[in-house]
Design a binder for this molecule. Structure first.
Ligand SMILES: NC(=O)c1ccc[n+]([C@@H]2O[C@H](COP(=O)([O-])OP(=O)(O)OC[C@H]3O[C@@H](n4cnc5c(N)ncnc54)[C@H](O)[C@@H]3O)[C@@H](O)[C@H]2O)c1
Length: 456
């Protein structure tokens, strides 16, 4: 089939690659000139494992092409995917201005039947809005269908996820569009769920909100573990064995970030608000997440005291490993707070090598994890890149002013770290830390029992 994909971001490019690889003729439309030039030359505009190689093969085989304007290719396209960004407005609502522009243009240019597929994450009712906009902008009445096909890929494994999705959700209003979309996704070995437009749009938000809830839930349990002397790793292990709970997304840490969970949770709260529903649970999930990154700074202050003029090393800047995306990354907030408290920051990230769009100004970027820790009073692991899992602890310790390690992702074996002479702190594991938390803050069961049941 002949396909256009509008928006060459993570979703647009992964979609374009997977569809071009399965025998379709794909044209990618990207409005930003610098991104477009890179793509035409086979260069990925962002870090995503395997993407550049896949693009180069497809360019060589002439299965994919890149254009700045949809009008160059729309008449040659049977299906148009819209994968533009839908970032948060200050109110928390999704900004649909990019999507509305594309729909307006499609309406104006359309001369025959097209299927318009909305891949961007959009509030419930947006596909109906898209239909209206397209219809209102048509010169003559051409038949068309709008399909909701939300995307579930994860940055860092975007290509794999697009090639082997866990499920395909298709919100379709017509049989014609449904048949076309089912044929397009014939290559997929996963359930295809056909539903109505609004349910499809809601599936995306509900999925992300649920995953965010799991993260905030386990983080709250970890915060309590810190105070009562339980170990969150053991707790999550025990919980995860229950099939009804599952072990995924039960890793406590410094909270979620990235371009999806923060904006989609806020947008769903707004969607609910528009129909007079106060989504209390999701509001709490967001609030917990907004506080979670602070835990590492609290632990830093507990271990070092005043951090004024102290040098602090940050390992990892992206919101998760495998990507250079720093949108809503906890690293930004942590670094800002350390700077506010008078600390000096040295960083190392395997793929981010300098300030990004106003973030990380004034920090020192180093060439490797050891250089970043040179003369430092503490290392904070913020993003658990593979490179940080194979550290020579003695070499690290030698270079540091004080051997303090704060593990924001609970990835290290505490016994190894402590045996190497470090002061170690992580999230929700007071019993394995070697200083302070247990004795100072652990719940005193005997004292409570004495008061309540008058035992002695
Ligand atoms: N990134 C993810 O992991 C992910 C996963 C699932 C769903 N989503 C959703 O998919 C959508 C896209 O996300 P993304 O991360 O790929 O976004 P992105 O910001 O990385 O990319 C969007 C691209 O669209 C381009 N664009 C905007 N308007 C355009 C226009 N009129 N014509 C041509 N190009 C235009 C932008 O220049 C940008 O390159 C969002 O709604 C997001 O919530 C993202």
């Amino acid at each position: 089939m002949r396909i256009s994909v509008v928006g060459a971001g993570y979703v647009g490019l992964a979609t374009a690659v997977s569809l071009a690889e399965t025998g379709n003729e794909v044209c990618v439309v990207e409005k930003e000139m610098d991104k477009l030039e890179k793509l035409k030359n086979g260069i990925s505009p962002f870090f995503e494992p395997g993407l550049e190689q896949a693009l180069n093969e497809l360019i060589r085989e002439r299965k994919i092409s890149f254009h700045q304007d949809l009008k160059e290719k729309i008449h040659n396209s049977e299906i148009i995917f819209i994968a533009v960004g839908t970032p948060s407005l200050p109110s928390g609502e999704a900004d649909l201005s990019g999507l509305i522009k594309v729909c307006t243009q499609i309406g104006k240019l359309m001369r025959d039947y097209k299927v318009i597929v909305i891949k961007s994450t959009v509030p419930v009712g947006t596909c109906d809005l898209a239909k209206r906009i397209i219809r209102e902008n048509q010169e003559d009445l051409y038949d068309f269908d709008v399909v909701s096909n939300p995307e579930f890929l994860r940055e860092g494994t975007a290509l794999k996820d697009a090639r082997e999705p866990s499920r395909i959700i298709l919100g379709c209003g017509s049989k014609k569009a449904r048949n076309i979309m089912q044929k397009l996704y014939e290559f997929v070995d996963a359930p295809v769920i056909i539903t109505d437009l609004r349910s499809s749009e809601m599936i995306k938000y509900a999925s992300n909100a649920f995953l965010a809830t799991k993260i905030s839930f386990i983080n709250e349990i970890a915060n309590i573990c810190d105070k009562v002397g339980a170990d969150i790793i053991e707790v999550a292990r025990g919980m995860g064995k229950d099939k009804r709970i599952g072990s995924d997304f039960l890793r406590a840490g410094i909270g979620y970030g990235g371009s999806c969970f923060p904006k989609d949770t806020k947008a769903l709260i707004q969607i609910a608000g528009h129909v007079a529903h106060d989504f209390k649970l999701l509001k709490a999930v967001v609030e917990v997440n907004n506080l979670q990154w602070k835990k590492v700074v609290e632990k830093l202050e507990f271990l070092l005291g005043d951090i004024k003029k102290k040098t602090i090393t940050i390992w990892g800047l992206s919101f998760k490993p495998g990507t250079d995306d720093t949108r809503e990354a906890p690293s930004i907030l942590i670094i800002k707070e350390i700077n506010r408290l008078g600390g000096v920051v040295q960083v190392y990230d395997p793929v981010i090598k300098g300030p990004v769009g106003g973030a990380f100004e004034g920090v020192t970027f180093c060439t490797d994890p050891y250089a970043a820790a040179e003369g430092s009073d503490a290392v904070i692991l913020v993003t658990e890149w593979q490179e940080f899992l194979n550290i020579d602890w003695q070499r690290l310790k030698k270079g540091m002013a004080q051997p303090v390690l704060i593990d924001g992702r609970n990835v290290y074996d505490p016994h190894t770290i402590v045996a190497n002479g470090f002061y170690y702190s992580c999230i929700g594991r007071p019993s394995v830390e070697n200083r302070g938390f247990v004795k100072e803050s652990m719940v005193d069961v005997y004292n409570i029992a004495e008061k309540r049941w008058n035992i002695s």
